[in-house]
Design a binder for this molecule. Structure first.
Ligand SMILES: [Zn+2]
Length: 289
């Protein structure tokens, strides 16, 4: 399903939705109880349902510049064995057909970029072909923050098995095929597209700044999981490696873009996914276009 396309200067950004994820996102934000959510009226109707349950998505973004086609975050992927989140085990979706329908064959992707290396952001890096994990985008360079890659390569014990499995089946095959570029957290991909650090959710999580002409957009990755964390930047996510640092990064992100014309795009935000940040009562709200 392709919901919409945003234009930022001469750049086009299109979300490609893989699966609905409201239930799972609700479970990983402990403060997002239905009572607490009911108090944030602007979340309705786009980001919560009429019973105050969170709506959310797993989705990727195609960023098309005049010279490059970039895929940001690659969702969960097909055929991946996951033990801790049953809904996402051995997923079967038509994600690649959705890319096709958006006018993009896997051959036309020049760059794949992962904001961090959790398994719901790396899955379509690879696909199962004749029993082996092969790069889905064989013409592309795959960009990973070097520190993020090193962290997961060390197999940190505190992290869940599904994320270790994601690193093994969706990141290492790309690295072993020689398609990975390990880059600094503030790397400029083109004149118009660059990374900047938003650590905490994972140690070297990055967000993506798109600036073309006078216009700007930011793809947050998981620096914000749900717009309720715009109203409450201090609400942690249980999958944060360092919840305190994640809150610091989230606040800095919101402070940077509040009351600007930058389009604020959350990787798990339900459709319409993008909006403008406004200051409200010492905190923030997202106003959809
Ligand atoms: Zn995520």
């Amino acid at each position: 399903m392709t919901s919409s396309t945003w234009k930022v200067g001469n750049i086009k950004i299109t979300p490609i939705v893989e699966v609905e994820a409201g239930n799972i996102i609700q479970q990983i934000i402990p403060n997002a109880t239905t009572d607490n959510i009911a108090k944030i009226s602007w979340l309705k109707p786009h980001f919560v349902d009429d019973k105050n349950r969170l709506k959310a998505l797993v989705q990727a973004f195609i960023v098309q510049t005049p010279d490059a086609c970039i895929l940001v975050d690659t969702c969960i992927g097909n055929d991946k064995k996951r033990s801790e989140i049953a809904e996402w085990n051995n997923l079967q979706t038509d994600f690649l057909k959705c890319l096709d329908r958006a006018g993009l064959k896997s051959q036309s992707i020049d760059i794949v970029l992962c904001t961090h290396l959790h398994f719901d952001h790396v899955g379509w890096n690879t696909m199962l072909v004749d029993g082996r994990w092969r790069p889905t985008f064989p013409r592309a360079r795959y960009l990973f923050a070097e520190q993020e890659f090193s962290y997961w390569k060390s197999r940190p014990e505190r992290e869940i098995e599904d994320d270790h499995a994601g690193f093994e089946d969706s990141v290492m095959p790309v690295f072993d095929a020689g398609l990975a570029d390990l880059v600094p957290m503030n790397y400029s991909i083109t004149d118009e597209i660059s990374l900047f650090p938003t650590p905490g959710h994972t140690p070297a999580h990055v967000s993506v700044l798109i600036a073309s002409g006078q216009e700007q957009a930011v793809i947050t990755g998981d620096a914000t999981h749900h717009p309720c964390q715009i109203a409450h930047p201090d609400w942690p996510t249980i999958s944060d490696t360092d919840p305190g640092q994640a809150t610091v990064s989230r606040r800095a992100l919101l402070d940077r873009f509040v009351d600007t014309q930058a389009l604020f795009i959350g990787s798990h935000f339900a459709t319409p996914t993008a909006g403008l940040l406004q200051a409200e009562n010492n905190t923030f709200r997202l106003v959809v276009a």
